[in-house]
Design a protein around this ligand. Structure first.
Ligand SMILES: Nc1nc2c(c(=O)[nH]1)N[C@H]1C(S)=C(S)[C@@H](COP(=O)(O)O)O[C@H]1N2
Ligand SMILES: [Mo]
Length: 199
C-alpha cells in the first residue's frame, strides 16, 4: 500500500501507525551496538557542530540542556527488521543546533563517543524531523540506548540514529559512515526498503 508522508516526517498516532515493508513489530527494545557502551561523565560531555559552517558551536551538557526541548512520539525501524511504534522521547530539535552554526554544505557525518559515525544529507536533519534526545519514555536515556544523548532520525533506518552522539560534522562530500562502509544503504529509507547497497 502506498504511504504518503509530508516533509515533516511521519508522526505516528495509534490510528495511522503502519509497518514499513518487511518489518515486524516488537514490544521489546533490542540493543544493537557495534562496540562497548561508553560512559562519558556529563562534566566532560559536549556537543559540537563543526566543519563547513559559518560558526562552529560547542555546547556543554548544561548549555545543551538549557536549549528549548520538545517531547514527541514516533515509530522507529531497524534494518534487522524490528519496528517499534509510538516511542516517546524528549530532546532538542536538530534545527536549533544547525541554526546556531549555519551549515554551508549539504552532508553531515554524525560522530560519537566510541568512534561510530553515520552520514546523512543536512536536509534530512531539518524541518522538525530529527532530534538529539536525552529522555526515553519519561526517563533519562539509558546508556545502552545511547545516553546521555543520541541522534534520533526516525524517518530513516535506526542505524542513522547515532547513539552517544557528540556532534555533527558538515561536509561537502557524502562520506560513508561506519555501517555505510560495511554495505548498508547510503540513505536508508525504510518505506523504500533501502537496507543494503543496491536496494
Ligand atoms: N554510536 C553508535 N550508535 C549506533 C549504533 C552503534 O553501534 N554505535 N548502532 C546503530 C544501529 S545498527 C541501531 S539498529 C541502533 C540501535 O539502537 P538501540 O540499541 O537503542 O536499539 O543504534 C544505531 N546507533
Ligand atoms: Mo541496526
Amino acid at each position: 500500500m502506498a504511504v504518503t508522508r509530508g516533509f515533516q516526517g511521519r508522526r505516528s498516532t495509534a490510528e495511522s501507525s503502519q509497518l514499513p515493508p518487511g518489518q515486524y513489530l516488537t514490544r521489546d527494545f533490542p540493543v544493537l551496538s557495534a562496540g562497548p557502551t561508553p560512559y562519558t561523565p556529563l562534566e566532560s560531555w559536549d556537543f559540537t557542530v563543526r566543519g563547513a559552517v559559518d560558526t562552529p558551536v560547542t555546547w556543554s551538557w548544561e548549555e545543551f540542556r538549557s536549549l528549548p526541548a520538545e517531547s514527541f512520539t514516533v515509530d522507529i525501524h531497524c534494518v534487522t527488521k524490528w519496528s517499534k511504534l509510538d516511542t516517546s522521547w524528549r530532546g532538542v530539535s536538530v534545527d536549533a543546533l544547525l541554526g546556531a552554526a549555519s551549515p554551508r554544505a549539504e552532508y553531515v557525518t554524525a560522530f560519537c563517543d566510541g568512534g561510530y559515525t553515520t552520514n546523512l544529507p543536512v536536509a534530512d536533519l531539518r524541518g522538525g524531523q530529527a532530534w538529539v534526545v536525552f529522555e526515553y519514555d519519561g526517563n533519562p536515556l539509558p546508556p545502552v540506548h545511547g545516553g546521555p544523548a543520541r541522534l534520533l532520525v526516525p524517518h530513516l533506518y535506526f542505524w542513522k540514529s547515532a547513539k552517544w552522539v557528540r556532534g555533527l560534522e558538515i561536509r561537502a562530500d557524502d562520506e560513508p559512515g561506519f555501517w555505510e562502509m560495511y554495505g548498508y544503504h547510503n540513505y536508508g529509507d525504510p518505506w523504500r526498503e533501502q537496507r543494503y547497497q543496491g536496494d
